[in-house]
Design a protein around this ligand. Sequence first.
Ligand SMILES: Nc1ncnc2c1ncn2[C@@H]1O[C@H](COP(=O)(O)OP(=O)(O)OP(=O)(O)O)[C@@H](O)[C@H]1O
Length: 245
Amino acid sequence: MLSLTNKAIEISGLTKMYKNGRGISDLNLEVDQGDIFGLLGPNGAGKTTAMKMMAGLMKPDRGDVKIFGASILDNYVDAMKHVGCIIETAESYPYLTANENLKLFARFYPQVDQQRIDECLEITGMLKYKNEKSKKFSLGMKQRLGVAAAILSNPKVLILDEPLNGLDVEGMLDMRKLIKQLAEEEGTTFLISSHLIHDVELTCTRIGVVYGGKLVNVDYTQSILSNYSSLENYFVSEVDRNGRV
Ligand SMILES: Nc1ncnc2c1ncn2[C@@H]1O[C@H](COP(=O)(O)OP(=O)(O)OP(=O)(O)O)[C@@H](O)[C@H]1O
């Protein structure tokens, strides 16, 4: 049975240390339903490692992640039922069309039919490219196709690793709009990682600063911006407070 909680994601003591001593340790975090939560941190801070464990792609050394009350360790199938993700890059088969790519993904979900595929293409602005091969797509179009694949099953939680990475200004604006639209209209909860301060500021409702393998602080974007002159200043002060590595 899933518990009736408005906590979309509950992370406790999540730890993964690689043999070289790097990774992420003792991550504790709760993300409410409808939040657009941003993990902000420099390259190598541990964001991708944390997200891989949240999406069940990597086994933690310690700790657990619950998605709507279901543990990824004890109840993986129920936990993952609610999750769509793009970790590292949005992969697609280059010689297949957008539609054919989505049909391949749809095989995992018996309830996803051609109508839902078209809906996802429409939501992500890809319907007009439905029958074009993905090898011809720009990075932004590939990212959008990745999001279309990630939302096929109507997941309540979307985990997106650097979703704005490599996009041009228009691509970023589109992707940001899409994330906000899904949060507002579908109530989707987002966990996003980024090393770009400005992106996180404009996209996320809550922000967690990750630095040197630790989550150093969590706050609402509004509250940060009312206490600091910019998110950049907040970030620098949090990093300094916790000791630079
Ligand atoms: N498979 C691995 N083996 C050993 N070390 C690793 C491995 N994967 C990542 N690391 C190290 O763990 C640390 C965290 O990496 P991670 O990819 O989680 O960071 P990140 O915050 O996502 O960075 P980026 O923004 O560059 O993607 C880094 O120091 C990295 O070098």
